[in-house]
Design a protein around this ligand. Structure first.
Ligand SMILES: [Zn+2]
Length: 147
């Protein structure tokens, strides 16, 4: 599979997951899709709550699902899709969560941000979205590596 087809299918998986968003309050449906080493795709959708503060973003749900499978170290890329016209980007908390995943993975995680429709998307890095981040190293912790 070519790199472009790889990215397209990841974004399409994020858009499909968006259909499962539970977002009755914001009505802002977001889907996320993580690609693992080996090509497996794990998805997430935002999951709101009447208390608002407990709501979970699609990226957080997807990364937690990856972790539940013991595959955090295998994350290669994540696509997030939402919004109408312009590509949606991860919120501050999700950037921090992706930073943690990247530390565990020990390699850069590509972040593809797409709108719900259309062809435009942007590729970002964790470092670009979260410069001067607070990391496991700040706690003197070196994340376990799978390899
Ligand atoms: Zn978020």
């Amino acid at each position: 599979m070519s790199m472009e087809a790889d990215v397209e299918s990841l974004i399409e998986a994020a858009r499909a997951a968006r259909g499962n968003a539970y977002a009755p309050y914001s009505r802002f449906a977001v889907g996320a899709a993580v690609r693992l080493a080996g090509g497996e795709i794990i998805v997430g959708a935002n999951f709101e709550n009447a208390s608002f503060g407990l709501s979970l973003c699609a990226e957080t749900v997807a990364v937690a699902a990856v972790n539940a499978q013991g595959r955090l170290a295998d994350m290669e890329a994540i696509a997030v899709a939402g919004g109408d016209a312009s590509p949606v980007t991860p919120c501050g908390r999700c950037r921090q969560i992706l930073n943690e995943a990247e530390q565990v993975a020990g390699r850069p995680i590509a972040i593809y941000c797409a709108a719900a429709n259309g062809e435009s998307f942007a590729r970002h890095s964790v470092t670009e979205l979260l410069p001067f981040s607070f990391s496991p190293n700040d706690l003197g912790h070196v994340p376990p590596s799978k390899s």
